[in-house]
Design a protein around this ligand. Structure first.
Ligand SMILES: [Mn+2]
Length: 354
């Protein structure tokens, strides 16, 4: 990805973070739960830390409960221990602790990472006999807890806590579940970080009445999304026609703002031998923020007719067709691919990138 785009995306991530705080204010929430890896390093830039503190202070009296994750773990003497965090921010220590919020009849429990790896579950019991709402916040792995190095959280661990709701960070995907009486969930990352983090990204807005959860709503915040799609351009005769097919597909699937997303597009379909489409050239024609193309188109070819021609190409086709006929089930598909690539090479459709 070009450096320029990477810088822009980084700036936008900060804007999305600010948008999340604005949203909390608009919704007049009481508590924000930040479940770890707020920063991507245990030693963030001092200027960035100050910006975060200032923005947190601005949304007081909303209470911001924070645990450190594996990327921004709270080592002894780390920036998390500084005394000048705003009054409305609470940073959990590295052992299971609670904060009492009597006005909200709520207790919040949590623990911070103290190192890049946490092999033993950090979760312990909450006051499960209390009439107060018991919230939890952890960085951890509830999806693949077996042998996880990132605070493994098994359903039994979660259930035994007696929490009413557990907010978890680390997995960038939105997930939720229930273990015994305890509901838990990952809000996922605020914005996608690559093509392995596709779809809409944002925050979860949770509403409780006493100990009962009334609703859990996802609110999208990221300005762009990463998407992987497969588009069929069969029948396109020119690059412009191919672009039209791809644009129509994207507009249909992602709406009017489709151009601002990042796409990895696998281009498939059958092209006529006289088609002028060069998939490699479509990157420049597609008017989207960022696109990466994979060419899996195939040519519609009358191989038998071609094999009869007394040309280099004809001889090549005849040889491969003979080999396909004699080949076993394992080799046949490979030879058929070889035929496709060979024809494309004759048409000048293969370059070093393919
Ligand atoms: Mn993490």
């Amino acid at each position: 990805m070009p450096q320029q785009i990477a810088v822009l995306l980084k700036n936008e991530l900060w804007q999305t973070f600010c948008a999340a705080l604005d949203y909390a204010q608009e919704q007049t929430v009481d508590i924000i739960l930040l479940a770890g890896d707020l920063f991507d390093t245990p030693t963030p830039d001092a200027s960035l830390i100050q910006d975060v503190k200032d923005h947190f202070a601005k949304i007081a009296p909303i209470k911001i409960m924070v645990v450190a994750g594996n990327h921004d773990y709270a080592y002894a003497g780390s920036f998390w221990e500084n005394q000048d965090w705003p009054e409305n921010v609470y940073i959990f220590p590295t052992n299971w602790q609670s904060v009492d919020l009597p006005d909200l009849k709520t207790k919040v429990w949590g623990a911070s990472f103290m190192a890049p790896y946490v092999k033993e579950p950090q979760i312990r019991q909450a006051d499960y006999t209390s009439t107060d709402l018991q919230l939890g916040i952890l960085h951890g792995d509830a999806l693949t807890p077996d042998n996880s190095l990132y605070d493994p959280l098994t359903p039994t661990d979660i259930q035994d806590s007696g929490l009413d709701w557990l907010a978890i960070g680390h997995i960038h995907k939105r997930e939720s579940g229930q273990a015994g009486h305890t509901n838990y969930g990952y809000a996922g990352s605020l914005a996608g970080h690559g093509f392995d983090e596709t779809g809409e990204k944002g925050v979860l807005l949770l509403t409780f009445n006493d100990k009962r959860m009334l609703s859990s709503e996802f609110h999208a915040l990221s300005q762009r999304r990463y998407e992987k799609v497969t588009v069929d351009i069969s029948g396109a005769a020119t690059n412009q026609e191919a672009v039209q097919k791809i644009n129509d597909f994207l507009a249909d699937k992602y709406g009017i703002d489709f151009e601002q997303n990042l796409y990895e597009i696998t281009v498939v379909g059958f092209l006529e031998p006289n088609s002028l489409v060069k998939v490699g050239n479509l990157v420049n024609e597609l008017n989207v923020f960022y696109v990466r193309l994979r060419d899996e188109t195939q040519l519609v070819i009358d191989y038998q007719a071609l094999a009869k021609q007394d040309t280099l190409q004809g001889n090549f086709v005849k040889k491969i067709l003979d080999k396909i006929e004699q080949a076993d089930d394992v080799k046949q598909p490979l030879l058929k691919d070889a035929l496709q690539y060979g024809i494309k090479a004759f048409e000048g459709g293969i370059n070093d990138e393919a």
